[in-house]
Design a protein around this ligand. Structure first.
Ligand code: S3P
Length: 174
């Protein structure tokens, strides 16, 4: 299958996709975009408002519009995605899929220790209820692992370390 030479970063909310993406672009020629940012600018409103005003299924429809555009028009780019974007049918056609993986407790700990913790929790409607978020994690993790071409365990690693590992693994990935 012809790929667009993109890297598609997937993984659960708060695992650090954005932080790793920002490091990767410092150490490579990639540019980076984020599917949530694209949706927010398309809609001129925040993800949490899209969820509140139009519901999750409308948000998923917007994700699928973005997925189609990524496949047809984006090349040589590091694409950071929202935690549910991995379900897009054409994901494999967009690029090499890299999963950032970590246990649920570590992800929550990472968010809570962040200086902007409250903001990070508030902007993610699916993290409001931690019990439900844990269930979602349990449901998704096997699916993330199944679709990923490359897996990076980010636990106890800095974003810089993860970005170096990512670039090394992408290079050797056929
Ligand atoms: C979601 C993850 C969020 C955002 C939306 C839904 C999910 O992105 O797309 O709130 O379904 O896991 P992050 O993974 O960047 O938090």
């Amino acid at each position: 299958m012809l790929k667009n030479k993109n890297i598609v970063l997937i993984g659960f909310m708060g695992v650090g996709k954005g932080s790793v993406a920002r490091e990767v672009i410092k150490h490579s020629d990639y540019m980076t975009i984020d599917t949530d940012d694209i949706i927010e600018s398309m809609q001129n409103r925040k993800i949490k408002d899209i969820f509140a005003e139009d519901g999750e299924s409308y948000f998923r429809k917007l994700e699928s519009d973005v997925a189609k555009w990524l496949e047809s028009s984006v090349k040589n780019t590091l694409i950071s995605t929202g935690g549910g974007f991995y379900k897009q049918e054409n994901l494999k056609k967009i690029g090499t899929i890299v999963l950032l993986d970590s246990p649920f407790e570590k992800i929550i700990k990472r968010i809570k220790h962040h200086p902007n913790a409250l903001k990070k929790l508030k902007k993610r409607p699916l993290l409001k209820d931690l019990k439900k978020a844990q269930e979602l994690y349990n449901e998704r993790r096997p699916e993330y692992l199944k679709i990923a071409d490359i897996v990076i365990d980010v636990t106890k690693k800095s974003a810089v370390e993860c970005s170096k590992e990512l670039l090394k693994k992408v290079k050797t990935h056929a």
